[in-house]
Design a protein around this ligand. Sequence first.
Ligand SMILES: Cc1cc2nc3c(=O)[nH]c(=O)nc-3n(C[C@H](O)[C@H](O)[C@H](O)COP(=O)(O)OP(=O)(O)OC[C@H]3O[C@@H](n4cnc5c(N)ncnc54)[C@H](O)[C@@H]3O)c2cc1C
Length: 414
Amino acid sequence: MLDPDRVRHDDLRGGTPPWHTMLQRPTRRRIEESFRCGVLVVGAGITGSLAAEHLACLGHDVCVIDRQRPGFGSTTASTAMLLWEIDRSLTELTDLYGFERAANIYRRSEAAVGGLMQLVAARGLVCGMSPRHSLYLAAGESGPRELRAEHDLRARVGLPGELLDHPALLREFGIHREAAIVSPGSSDADPVLLSHALLAEAVRQDAKLFDAHAIGYDSSSDAVIVVLDEGHVIEAKHVVLATGYVMPDILTSDLHKVVSSWAIATPPQQPETIWRDKALIWEASEQYNYLRATPENRIVIGGEDDDTVVEPEARDALMPAKARVLREKLKALWPRAEAMAEFVWSGAFGTTIDGLPLIGPVPGHPRIHAAYGYGGNGITYSYLASRMIAASIAGDRKPWFDDFAIDRDAPKEC
Ligand SMILES: Cc1cc2nc3c(=O)[nH]c(=O)nc-3n(C[C@H](O)[C@H](O)[C@H](O)COP(=O)(O)OP(=O)(O)OC[C@H]3O[C@@H](n4cnc5c(N)ncnc54)[C@H](O)[C@@H]3O)c2cc1C
């Protein structure tokens, strides 16, 4: 369990990712006195930036606080594959929650990636975002039969995608696996640029960004009093908690846990060395590896998650060994690559047992809204959270929000 008052960015990630960190630096003001605002967003990573931009755009009086440099927490460790396919396959999610509910969750996820792409295009945000196909490879216990069942179930929902057998996969993508599902509708980006561009956009729409550390929340009246470590307070009509994998004590959930994950980025490859269309590649396995290519033609490969390693020092000490494994995996999957690791990094990675995020009012605190995008779709979920929370604040809560509620029942299988 991460201690909310002590954890700092260095505890959340180690090493160096390949993202652009020097272009836009949102400036935080110091807080000189207590004040009131409409909505206070706590945390200015990708989740808080998405919420702040949307709420400011809707005309709310928005303040954002972060105790450290915005965008340099878990956001900078992200490999930023913006997939609508979620960690639990549609088949698994159907087993957990039934077909209708699982189908709706997948539809929401697909719409969220589409919404994020539209937002970036409409605002002209410079963040290296590109639309991508995803390539979901047979792996481990998921062979051609399981992938066909998954494909058929997705087709029943109306989700796009094509099943490739081994010869077709080899012909189309040059990859040796028994089968794959190739699907349109995903994208990738530079997570730090995306986060900073959104924050700049929020500030342009009158959101105010402060350097402050929230240490307590009192929601006993018809506003929320947020206590800061320096002694001032901010009184807000609503609070959005976007503190990443560090959750304040008022929020508890049995559904999530934090594990460790690692990634590497190669030097830029010759363009012809990259697979077709820089598709986002991942595996149909619980312990999956995933690959993407950056605009500079670096290959990023990540995974090797470990739930027995949680201490930052132990996680970071494993970087050389994990980098070796990831290079071997890259060579096996894509022998044409120059499988060097120019960048190696690690990160705390939050997961939930059903692969879904924790979004919605904190139980017992209806004016405090949680935006925790756990799982491999963290950023997709952050977008979803920003829209759901804005709707809740407007009094337009929909029944389907319960699928992501913090206090949802754990599925029976778990
Ligand atoms: C190795 C790795 C790979 C990943 N790959 C992907 C991927 O391919 N696709 C994807 O969608 N997701 C991916 N994720 C997940 C994604 O990165 C996260 O879901 C996302 O970055 C979380 O962003 P955030 O804004 O919620 O948290 P953060 O970026 O950690 O931001 C939270 C901010 O809150 C601030 N804060 C915390 N507590 C307080 C407080 N009390 N007062 C004031 N400020 C506070 C922190 O300083 C921090 O800046 C990956 C994660 C990792 C680690």
